[in-house]
Write a protein that binds this ligand. Structure first.
Ligand code: MOS
Length: 708
């Protein structure tokens, strides 16, 4: 059967996950579940001090324990090369260069790997390994005003600083000024599936079965780290139980490869929940100062957003918190800047909406404070400050649905009936309030390749080095391929998570689906032309390959972003300090929505993170040890079912004015942006007290009257 039946309409229609049945029946295997013959198990040993040196390690006793095969450490490890440009052209975090020296730069730094026949034996031996340290005083005090904080240089994710106009002059000219400091704590992405990798050498080829956000990314970094020909390394990552930015190249893959190379047998390394707290990155705490100057009607004259984040001693990471204002609001004086302080802590990393999540809390809280001071409705304030073009770039917007989202959301939430006065609504012991906040996240596509095969049996196979980290990407790509081929989705098989499929974007930056979808669409166009020329399909099928490099490079520069408006209703018991979010609504404009079913999951998931960020999440470090207190999902408090109220997420139809064929803006991250600010603004409206430090814990509610 070779006829291609014209058909469109899969995109935009709800479709359950194509691998959903496999997942719920357990047939889908995750990285740590795939069996291998002769498999050995590695267990990482992490430092218990936050700064110093490893003086000695009592390995003899551990090597004599049952099942133990080897102990790898700085005295016997393979050389690992970190002198290369990795992800986004940045050098790799030396935290993945395992056991290359005796220095300990933070608590939870990997100092050894114990490999044994069983996982239990490896764990037993790892816990028995005595490590002697020369301890040095550590410094983990993240706070604003540290003299050793420095201005961030430009990074691949954006400039360190931007400045236009005379800030002091415009602030002096402003009738109304907000000058406030906001803080957000250290937060952790802790996907349900812990990081896990198995490595083995097979006929001169390194095979790695892993759980990651980009098989090709991990393959490239492992090839660099171990000085291997990339073609001799294959990484597979078929099912991934969450990533959120944490699943790149981490200690477990490097440990597994090193041990598999030394032992010449398959070695699996799985991280524990506790180990994830120091080994897979996290969101830096932030201290942010926002200054807004406005005319009496709320029109901005000045906007300054300065953000501080921490990084480790071994690697620099900038949390780009000052970026939302570069897109959302313009002002004659417009300044944004990032500063970094280096401490004896693990290196932070990209965590869902890096920068935008903490930055939007500060900026959107400040906007709410400005609305209050001007006596202007918060939505009217945004209307009055809607820019014509990119505030920093001056470039045109490729679709900007911000105001449309506010209008639609206001109608649905019942904003018009809102009494702006704070602290005047009561429901029994609860004070009630509502709040709103804007959100934005960058959109775009990254050059990718795809292979598309018309099979002799009438089916179609897509091969692309994409990753489905739980988002439903595999299903979205199936729908995109089906429409591009004009067939039903049931005739399309999408194979992903394999570095052999060639270069492609990672599942990150909310740009996976747009990047992969473009490559698949391009391949489908070619394939349909080929099939139009000849309908005869040989037994091996007809395969075409696409590469979107040139098409993406040819796109004219524009401001490409998604937008949205959050609305939240909070109830606050000022006698117990309890805050409950009663309902939440998010309206988004994010280009074409491929699968409404999984899209809603992404938005609601992001919003749930926002509630969690507003009220619960906070990783606490013990100043004495430099390590976390409660590094587990019992000690790290996050929003669970009972904390999550009635949440509605919806979107406006948007077909952005742009030249790319897919017009997908991406939805993985925008749901969390601004969500915490909407909750905090609702808490202000309920109580009349402004909370500028997250999370808004019961003790902060109770103490608010006193330290205000
Ligand atoms: Mo995301 S923080 O781009 O995985």
């Amino acid at each position: 059967m070779t006829t291609v039946t014209p058909l469109k309409g899969s995109v935009g229609t709800a479709h359950t996950r194509v691998e959903g049945r496999d997942k719920v029946t357990g047939a889908a295997r995750y990285a740590a579940e795939i069996p291998f013959a002769e498999l050995a198990h590695g267990w990482l040993v992490l430092s218990t001090i936050a700064r110093g040196r490893v003086r000695a390690m009592d390995t003899d006793a551990v090597l004599a324990m049952p099942g133990v095969l080897t102990v790898l450490h700085h005295g016997n490890a393979l050389h690992v090369d970190t002198d290369y440009a990795g992800f986004l052209g940045m050098p790799p975090d030396p935290s993945v260069a395992l056991f290359q020296h005796d220095r300990v730069p933070y608590a939870g730094w990997p100092v050894a790997l114990v490999v044994a026949r069983t996982s239990e034996q490896a764990r037993e031996a790892a816990e028995a390994l005595v490590v002697h340290y020369d301890q040095e005083p550590h410094d983990i005090a993240f706070k604003d005003g540290r003299p050793d904080a420095y201005l961030a240089a430009d990074t691949p994710v954006g400039p360190g600083s931007t400045a236009k106009g005379d800030l002091d002059a415009e602030l002096a000219r402003s009738a109304v000024v907000v000058d406030a400091e906001y803080t957000t704590p250290e937060e952790h992405h802790n996907p349900m599936e812990p990081h896990a990798a198995t490595a083995l050498w097979d006929g001169g080829r390194l095979e790695v079965v892993d759980s990651n956000q980009g098989a090709l990314w991990v393959q490239g970094e492992l090839a660099n780290l171990f000085s291997l020909d990339p073609a001799s390394v294959r990484v597979r990552s078929e099912h991934v139980g969450g990533g959120f930015g944490s699943k790149g190249v981490r200690a477990h893959q490097v440990a597994a490869v090193m041990a598999a190379t030394v032992l010449q047998r398959p070695v699996r390394v799985v991280l524990t929940r506790r180990q994830m707290f120091s080994l897979v990155g996290y969101r830096s705490p932030t201290a942010q100062r926002v200054r807004l100057g406005a005319d009496p009607d709320g029109r901005l004259r000045a906007l300054a957003h300065e953000a501080l984040n921490q990084s480790s001693r071994v690697h620099e990471f900038m949390e780009p918190s000052a970026t939302p204002g570069r897109v959302l609001y313009d002002a004659p004086a417009h300044h944004t800047a990032h500063r970094i302080v280096r401490l004896d802590v693990p290196t932070p990393t990209f965590m869902r909406a890096p920068g935008e999540a903490p930055g939007s809390f500060a900026l959107e809280s400040a906007l709410d404070e400005l609305a209050e001071k001007c006596g202007v409705d918060p939505i009217d304030l945004r209307l009055r400050n809607e820019p014509e073009a990119g505030p920093v770039s001056g470039l045109p917007f490729a679709g900007r649905g911000l105001i449309a989202c506010f209008r639609a959301g206001a109608r649905r939430f019942g904003w018009a009936e809102r009494d702006p006065r704070p602290g005047v609504r009561r429901d029994g012991r609860w004070l009630l309030g509502t709040g709103t906040a804007a959100c934005t996240f960058h959109a775009g596509a990254v050059p990718s390749t795809a292979a598309l095969t018309a099979e002799a049996d009438g089916r179609f196979t897509v091969r692309i080095s994409a990753a489905d980290i739980g988002t439903g990407a595999r299903t979205a790509l199936t729908l995109i391929a089906a429409d591009a081929l004009e067939v039903t989705p049931e005739r399309v098989d999408v194979l992903i998570g394999n570095s052999d499929f060639g270069p492609a974007m990672i599942a990150g930056g909310s740009m996976g689906t747009s990047s992969w979808g473009w490559a698949i669409t391009a391949a489908a166009e070619d394939l349909r032309e080929r099939l139009a020329l000849s309908a005869d399909i040989p037994p091996e099928g007809i395969t075409v390959r696409s590469n979107t490099m040139e098409a993406i490079a040819a796109l004219p520069p524009k401001e490409r972003h998604s937008y949205g408006a959050h609305f939240a209703e909070a109830a606050v018991d000022i006698t117990t300090g309890e805050v409950r979010v009663r309902r939440m609504l998010g309206i988004f404009a994010a280009g074409r929505i491929i699968n409404p079913l999984t899209a809603r999951n992404q938005f609601v998931g992001g919003m749930t993170w926002g509630i969690s960020m507003a009220l619960h999440e906070e990783a606490v470090r013990d100043p004495a040890s430099g390590a976390h207190v409660g590094a587990d999902l019992a000690g790290y408090h996050f929003a669970a079912n009972a904390d999550v109220p009635h949440i509605e997420a919806d979107w406006l139809p948007e077909d952005p004015d742009d030249d790319d064929p897919v017009r997908i803006k991406g939805i993985g991250e925008i749901g969390i942006v601004g969500a915490a600010a909407a909750v905090a603004n609702a808490v202000w409206h309920a109580t009349g007290v402004r909370h500028r430090n997250l999370p808004i814990r019961p003790d902060r509610i109770l103490m608010a009257g006193r330290d205000a």
